[in-house]
Design a protein around this ligand. Structure first.
Ligand SMILES: NC(=O)c1ccc[n+]([C@@H]2O[C@H](COP(=O)([O-])OP(=O)(O)OC[C@H]3O[C@@H](n4cnc5c(N)ncnc54)[C@H](O)[C@@H]3O)[C@@H](O)[C@H]2O)c1
Length: 266
């Protein structure tokens, strides 16, 4: 897929993985909507990207993805501004076991809502021209994290929802590819949440165990997650794929028993 002049929307894009995604998409010639609830960090991110890229090619929208009203409004704003949407990256996420209801709302509900809003516009069944949706899960979407049962639940939910809706898309002819990225630990501000009593609540007592896990898996640079995103965008046959990114194996894919999925839906 040629990326020049494509329009991408990245949620949670003010910092971390989302900011790295936004910069990489701008570098490829995309127009990018930087969506984040943190207006100060979002504006700072846009200013930062404007030093390298044409400022007309990006737009910052302040939005809490956990709010149905705000998310719908943000999609409208971005369509009014750039006139189209080709790539959605549902990246915003938090790691808060204390306020676990909020974690479900941000990590899972908003991914489902964002996917549906994008499908409304992109689906060929609605007269759209197709597109790509990339949902960011985590290795905790494949393995259980003992220090984060709700984070684990949300990320398993993202993987399951994305695989199912990808199969729906193929079956119904939406013309939209939906894939998931599951990184191990990545060097971003989110990683510090595992050392926060306020965020981890009862699971704070496991912080030494978490450190052992981090030492075991290592910490990835966001640039590797960017490479994974570009692979998913470029490889036209990827739909319903679950990409794993780890220090030892790099970019690779989770395999599932094919008997559980009808061959025509793969
Ligand atoms: N960092 C890691 O180790 C790691 C590993 C695997 C998966 N992930 C996933 O990658 C994604 C990005 O994480 P990151 O590490 O870059 O985190 P980060 O904390 O560095 O950045 C997340 C961004 O999302 C924004 N955000 C949070 N809640 C929001 C909301 N309700 N509405 C809008 N924006 C919101 C934050 O303001 C922030 O700018 C998340 O889904 C996370 O679960 C991270």
């Amino acid at each position: 897929m040629a990326l020049s002049d494509k329009v991408a929307l990245v949620t949670g894009a003010a910092q971390g993985i989302g900011k790295a995604f936004s910069a990489a998409l701008l570098r490829q010639g995309c127009k990018v909507v930087i969506l984040d609830m943190n207006a100060v960090a979002g504006e700072a991110c846009k200013n930062d990207l404007d030093t390298e890229f044409d400022s007309a090619n990006s737009l910052f929208i302040a939005c809490d993805v956990g709010s149905e009203e705000q998310l719908k409004c943000a999609f409208k704003k971005q369509l009014n501004h750039f006139g189209s949407l080709d790539i959605l990256c549902n990246n915003a996420g938090i790691n808060n076991e204390n306020n676990w209801e909020q974690t479900i709302n941000v990590n899972l509900t908003s991914v489902i809502r964002g996917t549906y809003l994008a499908l409304d516009y992109m689906s060929k069944q609605n007269g759209g021209k197709g597109g790509i949706i990339v949902n960011i899960a985590s290795l905790a979407g494949i393995y259980p994290a003992p220090h984060g049962p709700v984070y684990t639940a949300t990320k398993h939910g993202v993987v399951g929802f994305s695989r199912a809706i990808a199969a729906t898309s193929k079956l119904a002819g939406y013309g939209v590819r939906i894939n998931t990225i599951c990184p191990a630990f990545v060097d971003t501000p989110l990683l510090s949440s595992v050392n926060s009593k306020e965020m981890m609540g009862n699971y704070y007592i496991f912080k030494d165990t978490v450190q052992k896990l981090i030492d075991f898996y290592g910490i990835l640079d966001p640039s590797l997650i960017v490479q994974g995103l570009m692979k998913i965008i470029q490889e036209e046959d990827l739909n319903g794929a679950v990409m794993r990114i780890t220090k030892t194996k790099g970019i690779h894919f989770e395999t599932y028993e094919s008997a559980l999925i009808q061959p025509e839906l793969k």
